[in-house]
Design a protein around this ligand. Structure first.
Ligand code: IMP
Ligand code: MG
Length: 337
């Protein structure tokens, strides 16, 4: 019973989609709610049945558990063509899909408008149109999901759905972006996204009563990455990224991700406080220690990762409960009590 929120500590891309899909299967979740900004997110994982790359920008990746119902909540801006495409590509039974009728719509011109905006170039926006859709909402001129005839079959009142499901079952809230990309709380403005990306904002996006929240799982990427511009602590040289085989590209834009040489522990302490993390998942352990690739056995955890786990726990006073060790859905080790 109750809800679990998945939130990224830093600049995104720590594997929220994979964690959400993994937990949806482990907990046989009744409902997964996509929270966060909009289609600027790319949540992906490799599944083993057969080996295939799955990637969503709108629907929760928790759809990989077939009995989990799916909700895009009112705080998320919706691109109807992307949602409809994801339903078809993933062969999702339409009755599993719900969209809050209050969601703002990303209109066709929005992405182009962002591309023509000098400041969006400067900050390295994904140009998904999410920011324009949000600004139209703030001006109270934006179109809503209830105004789109092709979304009619999916429209619900998310307040009822989220709260009833969390009262009587298990709910996962799949946040997007990262806490350090938050519009209001991150110190790196203007190099941020178009909304906050913290526990409280995801709860609000999901229209969920805080009393129904059980767990906050904070994802911490062992060697944090960042796409787009703006400050990044302990930034690694591009040559070193290449030499160490740490090259990653942004899902939405294809840009090379920038990377930190290590976690900024002072920053992490602050992020844990801000988000009220109850657990931490250390992700991409295989990038910090390549001998961890694909490990699924708790007894095989290496000294490097054990040391990092101990340090993170000492700094934050929050238990590390998961280690993610590779690109496949089940490349995961539970290390909690
Ligand atoms: P926008 O939200 O697309 O306008 O982008 C603003 C900044 O946030 C840029 O630096 C983007 O690269 C970054 N950003 C937006 N969404 C994501 C995400 O899902 N993962 C990682 N970075 C993101
Ligand atoms: Mg919001």
């Amino acid at each position: 019973m109750g809800a679990t929120i998945i939130v990224d500590a830093f600049w995104g891309d720590a594997g929220k989609g994979k964690m959400s899909a993994y937990l949806a299967r482990e907990l046989n979740a009744d409902l997964a709610i996509r929270a966060g900004t909009g289609t600027n997110a790319g949540h992906s994982v490799f599944t083993e049945d057969p080996y295939s790359f799955r990637c969503n920008r709108m629907l929760p990746l928790a759809h990989l558990n077939e009995s989990t119902e799916l909700l895009i909540s009112s705080g998320v801006v919706v691109d109807p063509s992307i949602v409809l495409d994801e339903i078809i590509t993933n062969h999702i039974v339409t009755k599993r899909v719900m969209i809050d009728y209050r969601c703002s719509i990303i209109e066709e011109y929005a992405s182009l408008q962002e591309k023509m905006h000098n400041n969006m170039q400067r900050i390295g926006s994904t140009m998904s149109g999410s920011g324009i859709a949000r600004s139209e909402r703030v001006m109270r001129v934006g179109k809503l999901a209830r105004d789109c005839s092709n979304l009619k079959p999916f429209l619900v009142d998310g307040i009822d759905i989220a709260n009833n499901m969390a009262k009587n079952g298990t709910v996962i809230i799949e946040g997007s972006q990262g806490s350090m990309l938050s519009l209001y709380s991150s110190p790196r403005y203007p190099y941020v996204t178009s909304d906050n990306c913290n526990t409280a904002s995801f709860l609000d996006d999901a229209s969920l009563n805080w009393q129904l929240l059980d767990r906050v799982i904070l994802l911490v990427k062992c060697l944090p990455t960042c796409v787009g511009n703006g400050p990044l602590p302990y930034e690694m040289d591009t040559k070193e990224i290449q030499n160490r085989g740490l090259v990653e590209h942004g899902i939405v834009t294809g840009r090379l991700k920038r990377r930190s040489e290590e976690i900024d522990f002072e920053l992490l302490r602050k992020i844990v406080t801000l988000n009220g993390a109850t657990e931490i998942a250390l992700t991409f352990c295989d990038q910090l220690d390549t001998t961890m690739v694909g490990l699924r056995d708790k007894s095989k955890v290496t000294n490097t990762i054990r040391h990092l786990k101990n340090t993170v726990e000492a700094v934050t006073n929050v238990p590390v409960t998961f280690l993610s060790t590779g690109k496949f859905l089940y490349d995961m080790i539970y290390v909690g009590e």
